[in-house]
Design a binder for this molecule. Structure first.
Ligand SMILES: [Zn+2]
Length: 525
């Protein structure tokens, strides 16, 4: 089984075929691409006494140390550290290879030079998002852009788009993976694609105009923005009856949110809408999606491409790889990337369902799938809620609790300090869009009970808003990415540097005016 077969039969692979094929593809990738041309991994392999042949099976991957987010960050001593991860081919090594000599004889030296250039020369980059550190660039060569287009085309296929569909990409214009993957998914998938740039570029009104005139079959966007868009469209009596797929990226997607989006779609005349989630991250330079499934059934899981990379689930404490079906942390190794290459990348994302190789019960494809919910560890850590009556609050859980609540639309969680004193207790203020004219006191009571039952926490205040007010709070049309969590806690220590915008340095607890956002799982950007 060669990587070629993994590629040509990517939708019909057994577990044994995947594992054998991936181990073989990994050895070849290490031997011919990574070890000759990656400064970082050449050193790492040397220090650990490893070479390409050390990896006979996927179990052998445990011998390779993880690469973490912090390994990619610049330091005072290494101000351009991200460059260590860019493959830099040595023309002499390439020129000596028998296949290079053969190709030069058959097709000419110029053509061989052009091919190498397309394979290796970085021509494009996307940046990491999140507030943990300054954005890190991940570079793409033409080879990687072709790979991105292939991943996009497969994503469109898995979402069951049709050639005659129209796709409205409302992800924010930004140098982030999500936007570009959606762009390539549409164009490489042969689907008419319109990119609105989200709320900031042309406003909610501009997006509504596109819903009216372009009449998309597929709407891609960040959940918070898509919710607002459909809510406003429904209020304005817009008809968008063609809509049959909502594909979400950039934030997690709870069952409650799926239901609310389906209800809104019904209000704009779209009867059979599938709400599909995607999962990806900048370092993978890829994303995966669910296939359509009945709304009352469990998710079909993220359908993975075995030829493009190995997704491992590992025990977060010991780092040991876990068998299929076990929950743990997600770790990714590409199998064919050029440009920036990061092996055994520890995502900090946790799956509660793990991997499965069983044929998908909905679409019938046999490929590795990642099932269950994904949560991001940093969300728990960064909320830093331990002072609230001794209870640690998990933002992942909080999101599920609020999305699943009845009679509320959008919401925002605000953190403050009592009297704005940095040494005081944390306060949690819940801003909520109230729906259906329900009694405020009753709704307040219900939300309180829900928070206590699921999270053992009382919000200090619950404030109700109309759609316009909550949009203003979330920064719809003002920020590149809307905010569901804002941190208005003043800093105890003097701050090192001033953030220039909410999206530039999303560096921990920002000032009153900026407001930090949660580090969102890159269910795309
Ligand atoms: Zn499926």
């Amino acid at each position: 089984m060669s990587r070629n077969s993994l590629q040509t039969h990517w939708q019909a692979l057994s577990e044994a075929t995947v594992r054998r094929g991936q181990a073989e593809a990994l050895r070849r990738y290490l031997r011919t691409v990574v070890l000759p041309f990656s400064a970082h991994y050449r050193n790492l392999f040397q220090e650990n006494g490893l070479d390409a042949e050390s990896f006979r099976t996927l179990e052998d991957l445990r011998r390779l140390p993880f690469t973490t987010k912090s390994d990619l960050l610049n330091t005072a001593a290494q101000p351009q550290r991200f460059k260590d991860f860019i493959l830099t081919p040595d023309p002499r090594v390439l020129a000596r290879r028998p296949e290079t000599i053969m190709r030069a004889v058959l097709r000419g030296r110029d053509r061989v030079r052009q091919d190498f250039e397309a394979e290796f020369r970085p021509i494009f980059a996307t940046f990491t998002t999140g507030r943990s550190a300054e954005p890190t660039p991940l570079f793409f060569s033409q080879h990687d852009l072709t790979r991105l287009a292939t991943a996009g085309r497969r994503l469109v296929e898995i979402c069951a788009a049709r050639r005659e569909d129209r796709l409205l990409n409302s992800l924010p214009f930004a140098p982030h993976l999500a936007f570009w993957l959606a762009h390539y998914a549409g164009t490489a998938g042969g689907v008419m694609t319109m990119s609105s740039g989200g709320g900031k570029a042309i406003g909610t009104d501009g997006n509504i105009r596109l819903l009216r005139k372009f009449k998309p079959d597929i709407l891609i966007g960040v959940p918070t923005f898509v919710y607002h868009l459909l809510h406003q469209a429904a209020e304005e009596g817009v008809h968008c009856e063609n809509l049959r797929r909502i594909v979400l990226a950039g934030e997690k997607v709870s069952d409650g949110l799926r239901q609310k989006l389906r209800d809104l779609a019904l209000e704009v005349g779209a009867r059979n809408v599938d709400v599909l989630a995607t999962y990806g991250f900048t370092e993978a330079k890829l994303a995966w999606s669910e296939c359509p499934f009945q709304y009352n059934q469990p998710s079909s899981g993220y359908h993975l491409y075995a030829d493009m990379g190995i997704l491992e689930v590992v025990d977060a404490q010991t780092g040991d790889p876990l068998p299929a079906g076990r929950p743990g942390e997600l770790v990714f190794t590409p199998l064919d990337a050029r440009g920036s290459v990061v092996l055994r990348y520890r995502t900090g994302d946790f799956t509660d369902g793990g991997l499965t190789y069983e044929a998908c019960p909905y679409c019938g494809r046999s490929l590795p799938r990642l099932v269950g919910n994904i949560s991001r560890r940093s969300e728990v850590r960064q909320m830093n809620f331990d002072k609230i009556k001794g209870t640690l609050v998990d933002f992942n859980e909080l999101e599920h609790v609020l999305d699943g609540a009845q009679h509320i639309g959008s919401w925002q969680v605000e953190l403050r300090k009592t009297n704005d004193d940095p040494h005081e207790l944390d306060e949690l203020i819940l801003h909520v869009q109230k729906l259906n004219g329900v009694d405020e006191e009753q709704l307040r009571r219900e939300l309180n009970e829900r928070c206590v039952a699921h999270l053992e926490i009382h919000p200090n205040q619950i404030l109700f808003h109309d759609a316009e007010e909550i949009q203003a709070l979330q920064g719809v049309g003002r920020l590149i990415k809307e905010q569901k969590l804002v941190d208005h806690r003043p800093q105890a220590a003097p701050r090192q540097e001033q953030a220039t915008s909410a999206t530039a340095s999303l560096n921990g607890k920002e000032s009153q005016s900026v407001g930090a956002v949660a580090d969102k799982p890159e269910t795309l950007p």
